[in-house]
Design a protein around this ligand. Structure first.
Ligand code: NAP
Length: 248
């Protein structure tokens, strides 16, 4: 177990799924965690309550990361209120799927607003305080489909590929301040997002996973927690794949 005692962390989209597991894992290592959400205030509060009941520190913050200027302001305000932000995990994401010929431009735009511009805005907000502290950890949640593509996921795959370019660029920009920037690229993880897939698509997906099963949110959270730890200080600009061998 890594020690994150005395660190503060924001995890966007932590009211459920992978984000929730990340928040719980960071808190379990001693970090004070801020649980981001957009609609699920009650669920976010339950996550915070669970962390507090287990002896940790947590609070919630609700804003739409798809509104980039609002997201940046919220993160700046949060960092100021907490006296600094050591860890920022850009996890909030949406998948608006559709084959190219049926893909609506609005869906493409919204996917990029939330998954790319929102993640970058949160990073901008966090980096200001990290630069002052001359240390920090930023982790973006990409996806296996950002690297291998997937029929019917043009917008989503493009947004997750974009995050890999963002990760590498920010890693180079802020390494001199000891701020590391990495991506975690999950494969097929059992959450609300994948519950929405048709059964046939799930079956096909399972057959392409060498380890023969879906991954868990906790398995993704473990990778994110490692990248946020002191032990990962020499790792930046990398993509850690948590995909059961689906893409190697
Ligand atoms: P999920 O179960 O659908 O949860 C999405 C989370 O993001 C929720 O907490 C939601 O908050 C929040 N969110 C959505 N839109 C938002 C917005 N506009 N502003 C702020 N928060 C917003 O998703 P998940 O499966 O845990 O996925 C988490 C991340 O991992 C995503 O970036 C996803 O693309 C990536 N990923 C997932 C998989 C997978 O197999 N599940 C695979 C690869 C990558 P509310 O509860 O308030 O709506």
């Amino acid at each position: 177990m890594f020690s994150l005692d005395g660190k503060s962390a924001l995890v966007t989209g932590a009211s459920r799924g992978i984000g929730r597991a990340i928040a719980e894992s960071l808190a379990g290592c001693g970090a004070k965690v801020v649980i981001g959400y957009v609609h699920g205030e009650e669920k976010a509060q339950q996550v915070a309550d669970g962390i507090i009941a287990a002896g940790g520190e947590a609070e919630i913050v609700g804003f739409d990361v798809g509104d980039a200027s609002l997201a940046e302001k919220e993160v700046v305000a949060l960092a100021k209120r907490l006296g600094g932000l050591d860890i920022m995990v850009a996890n909030a994401g949406i998948a608006l799927d559709g084959l190219l010929l049926r893909l609506k431009e609005d869906d493409f735009d919204r996917t990029f607003s939330v998954n790319v511009k929102g993640a970058v805005a949160c990073a901008r907000g966090a980096i200001k305080s990290m630069m002052r502290a001359r240390q920090g950890r930023i982790v973006f949640l990409s996806s296996v489909v950002g690297e291998m593509g997937n029929a019917g996921q043009v917008a989503y795959a493009a947004s997750k590929a974009a995050l890999l370019g963002v990760t590498k660029s920010l890693a180079r920009e802020y390494a001199s301040r000891s701020i590391t920037v990495n991506a975690v690229a999950p494969g097929f993880i059992d959450t609300d997002m994948t519950h929405e897939l048709p059964e046939a698509a799930k079956e096909q997906m399972l057959q392409s996973i060498p380890l023969g099963r879906t991954g868990t949110a906790n398995e993704v959270a473990a990778a994110v927690t490692f990248l946020c730890s002191d032990e990962a200080a020499y790792i930046t600009g990398q993509t850690l794949r948590v995909n059961g061998g689906m893409y190697v």
